[in-house]
Write a protein that binds this ligand. Structure first.
Ligand SMILES: [Zn+2]
Length: 80
C-alpha cells in the first residue's frame, strides 16, 4: 500500500489538488453565506487540479452550490 495516493485518500474521490481547492472553496462559501447574500458574486479558486493554477472564478453562492466538486474551472481548457 506504500505510495498509493497519500494519506487516507482525498475526500470526494478527487485528486488531492482538486479536493484541497474544493475544501478552500467550501470555506469561502461558508464565510460568504454568513454575509447572507446569495445573489452576490464571490471569488472561488479554480478546481482544475493543476497545482500551478492560481486562477479565480466569480460565482454566486447559488451557482457554487449547484456545481459538482471539480467543476469550478476558471478557464476554458486553454492551458496555463
Ligand atoms: Zn485552473
Amino acid at each position: 500500500m506504500k505510495g498509493a495516493g497519500g494519506p487516507a485518500g482525498p475526500p470526494f474521490g478527487l485528486e488531492p489538488a482538486v479536493s484541497i481547492r474544493r475544501f478552500v472553496n467550501d470555506e469561502i462559501a461558508s464565510v460568504a453565506a454568513r454575509w447572507g447574500d446569495e445573489g452576490a458574486e464571490f471569488e472561488f479558486i479554480c478546481e482544475c487540479g493543476e497545482l500551478r493554477c492560481g486562477r479565480f472564478l466569480k460565482l454566486t453562492l447559488a451557482d457554487y452550490r449547484a456545481s459538482a466538486p471539480g467543476s469550478v474551472i476558471g478557464h476554458a481548457g486553454d492551458g496555463l
